[in-house]
Design a protein around this ligand. Structure first.
Ligand SMILES: Nc1ncnc2c1ncn2[C@@H]1O[C@H](COP(=O)(O)OP(=O)(O)OP(=O)(O)O)[C@@H](O)[C@H]1O
Ligand SMILES: [Mg+2]
Length: 241
């Protein structure tokens, strides 16, 4: 890792300027501008269909950026080459509502698969990293289990462990607790808070305002095709959303 690496610099992890977020020919969010500094924990909220996933997908270059600028983890999304996208994604840990584990292999094999795909070769180092990330998510003894032998909350912890393998500077979680009951969800949010406390920046889309009450942090809200930011304005979280 070089000194110009975003991991050590004071540059924002994310800088978005005047971006327009599209789905096909529709503008989902207009004139989006915000920065995320290293170490922040941020909730992304808004009604269903308001543009949360579209914004996140544009950030990790799964939707094209047509207007405006996005810099993320040291990459310029406007000019990024297709061949560089896997390297950007490696600097991000991306977590979804459906855990997206391979059902036909063990937890260990799920994680080894990602390590091999991202260039790990030394078997001893791989085993050590695997043990570290599983321990980190509280699943130190689950390595030999198949996903179907784990609860939903445990499967999401495996997905989080997988996202942590390459020490991402930003974790992007799109409704990570959408399939989990309230108590298990609370444990997952606490885990994200712990990971954030250890230094990883976290951006989490959620519909659960209870998290924000229990663990207050900066909020970005998609509303009426705009992105509101609690850093600069009061954001209404009461009532139906
Ligand atoms: N693959 C797609 N193709 C076309 N339009 C889409 C696609 N995905 C989403 N949209 C539209 O884009 C808008 C924003 O959707 P998006 O999925 O970003 O919302 P969201 O805030 O993530 O909602 P939810 O809380 O339900 O996940 C909606 O009008 C939606 O219908
Ligand atoms: Mg969504």
């Amino acid at each position: 890792m070089t000194e110009s690496s975003p991991f050590f610099s004071d540059k924002p992890v994310v800088a978005i300027r005047n971006a327009c977020i599209f789905q096909e020919h529709n503008v989902v969010l207009e004139d989006v501008s915000f920065t995320i500094d290293k170490g922040e924990f941020i909730y992304l909220v808004g009604r269903t269909g308001s543009g949360k996933s579209s914004l996140l997908r544009t950030m990790y270059v799964d939707l094209p950026l047509r207007l405006g600028e996005i810099e993320i983890a040291g990459y310029d999304v406007k000019t990024i080459k297709t061949s560089e996208i896997p390297f950007l994604r490696r600097r991000l840990g991306i977590i979804f509502q459906d855990f997206q584990l391979f059902a036909d292999r063990t937890v260990d094999e799920n994680l080894f698969f990602v390590m091999r795909a991202t260039g790990w070769k030394d078997r001893a180092k791989m085993k050590q990293r695997l043990a570290e990330v599983l321990m980190r998510v509280g699943l130190g003894t689950a390595g030999s289990k198949m996903p179907h032998q784990l609860s939903g909350g445990e499967q999401q912890r495996v997905a989080i462990a997988r996202a942590l393998i390459n020490e991402p500077i930003l974790l992007i979680a799109d409704e990570p607790t959408g399939n989990l009951d309230p108590q298990v969800s609370d444990g997952i949010v606490q885990l994200f808070r712990e990971i954030n406390y250890m230094g990883t920046t976290v951006l989490m889309a959620t519909h659960n305002y209870q998290f924000i009450k229990n663990y207050p942090a900066r909020v970005l809200k998609c509303e009426n095709n705009r992105l509101l930011d609690s850093k600069y304005e009061k954001i209404e979280l009461g009532g139906y959303y």
